[in-house]
Design a protein around this ligand. Structure first.
Ligand SMILES: *Cc1c(COP(=O)(O)O)cnc(C)c1O
Length: 430
């Protein structure tokens, strides 16, 4: 693929200035200038369909115009943008809207804690609070789990690359096998229960059990309803807090607002971030059951907690999409459609692939990293942004905006199909 000289110059200038740590700019060597909905435009006039959605931070698409209108109005009125965690009408409106539209409808009741802007900071707060409430140190987390890049979050994350990268001893977490880790025949919840009930298993009583209902970074591994219910029961019976990390799978990604609704769970703490602001602005929070809200005032602080601009767009997103069932039903319908098409692709190629996921979080497991790598590279050349996940980056991860139109969805899937076919051809011809 020929890259225009002006684009090449920009990319080279960025490369010279920016740390080696940059990552997405390597997978997608283009200069992105504008974006709207599910389309990103590059400075050399290319149009790309976005199945990456800011790693799940853009569930409502890029520059969602209705959400943007709320932001523009707020900015134009000289209302408070940054006020630490002081009281503002924007914050109250967010909490009231979230409580009535999201929580009350689902028979849930929580207090809100706004943390620093990253998901990782919210995870730190959740772990810290659980340890404070229970007086215990250990946390149970799961194989292939991902919870962020700060040390406490990495300690609870599986990925060896990140763990080694932290360069200190990571402590405080015990890993248990996630649902399906040993195949369908083994119920790993039984294992967790046995280990925690056994007075001589070597595993300390946990302050919390921390789980994703679908592991986004870990390879789109899906936990079943009964497994999740068992894990919640186990947490209750050993006096641990049950924490759902809904940072990537929440805010409608699986078809419901919370990814755990299908299992009827009632987590003690829910962690939300990524798409919470509705606009790609940084906003993270914990939902905490009132009886566990044992913080001292200011005990977990931060400069950018509950940024008002992000709260305004978050309120607008809830107003727009969650007051009726229509949006959620649409996501579920599109998810099924996409699933069917991916299943068809998998069976076309003799079932050496596996398709997993829920709602519009879908993974196409190529089994071989090389095939996934070539496929996503070719897809990028043909006009589709899609990333890889899983322990060997062997899973192609589909996270289209929940607001995507069917035509664009199918166009993106066609690019994926063509790219996969080419990748298979190129690896077979060797
Ligand atoms: C992205 C992510 C995090 C970390 O969020 P950051 O904002 O990147 O710190 C934690 N948990 C899950 C499940 C995530 O997908």
């Amino acid at each position: 693929m020929a890259v225009k000289p002006s684009t090449m110059r920009t990319l080279e200038a960025l490369e010279a200035l920016e740390s080696n740590v940059r990552s997405y700019s390597r997978s997608f060597p283009a200069v992105f200038s504008r974006a709207r909905g599910s389309i990103m435009l590059t400075d050399d006039g290319r149009k790309l369909i976005d199945f990456l959605s800011g790693a799940g931070a853009l569930n409502y698409g890029h520059n969602n115009h209705e959400i943007k209108a709320a932001l523009t109005r707020y900015l134009a009125s000289d209302a408070v943008v940054h006020g630490l965690d002081m009281a503002t009408p924007a914050k109250l409106e967010f909490m009231e809207t979230f409580s009535s539209v999201i929580l009350r409808e689902r028979n849930l009741q929580y207090r809100f804690q706004f943390t620093g802007p990253t998901g990782a900071n919210a995870i730190e707060a959740a772990l810290k609070l659980s340890r404070k409430v229970t007086g215990r140190q250990n946390v149970i987390s799961f194989t292939r789990g991902y919870h962020g890049m700060s040390l406490g979050a990495i300690a609870a994350s599986g990925n060896r690359f990140y763990r080694v990268g932290s360069s200190v001893s990571l402590s405080g977490a015990t890993f248990m096998p996630y649902d399906g880790y040993f195949g369908l025949a083994v119920d790993t919840a039984n294992f967790v229960r046995n280990v925690l009930m056994d007075e001589s298993s070597g595993v300390d009583y946990p302050a919390a059990i921390l789980v994703e209902t679908v592991q986004g970074e870990g390879g789109i591994n899906v936990a079943g309803r009964e497994w999740l219910q068992s894990i919640q029961d186990i947490a209750r019976s050993v006096g641990a807090l049950f924490i759902v990390d809904d940072i990537q799978m929440g805010c409608g990604r699986t078809g419901e607002f919370f990814s755990f609704e299908f299992a009827g769970l009632s987590p003690d703490i829910v962690v939300l971030s990524k798409s919470l602001s509705g606009f790609g602005l940084p906003l993270s929070m914990l939902l905490i059951k009132e009886e566990f809200d044992s913080w001292q005032p200011g005990e977990h602080t931060g400069t950018f907690r509950g940024n008002n601009l992000a709260l305004v767009s978050a309120t607008a997103a809830i107003d727009l999409y969650w007051r009726t069932q229509t949006f959620s039903q649409g996501v579920q319908r599109m998810g099924k459609l996409m699933r069917r098409r991916l299943d068809a692709v998998a069976s076309q190629h003799g079932n050496s692939f596996a398709v997993r996921g829920r709602g519009l979080a879908l993974g196409f497991d190529c089994q071989m990293a090389e095939i996934a790598e070539i496929t996503t590279r070719k897809a990028f050349e043909k006009g589709l942004l899609v990333e890889r996940c899983g322990p060997h980056d062997q899973v192609i991860k589909f996270l289209p905006a929940l607001t995507i139109d069917l035509e664009t969805l199918h166009e993106g899937l066609q690019i994926f199909e063509d790219s996969l076919a080419e990748a298979l051809k190129s690896t077979r011809s060797r």
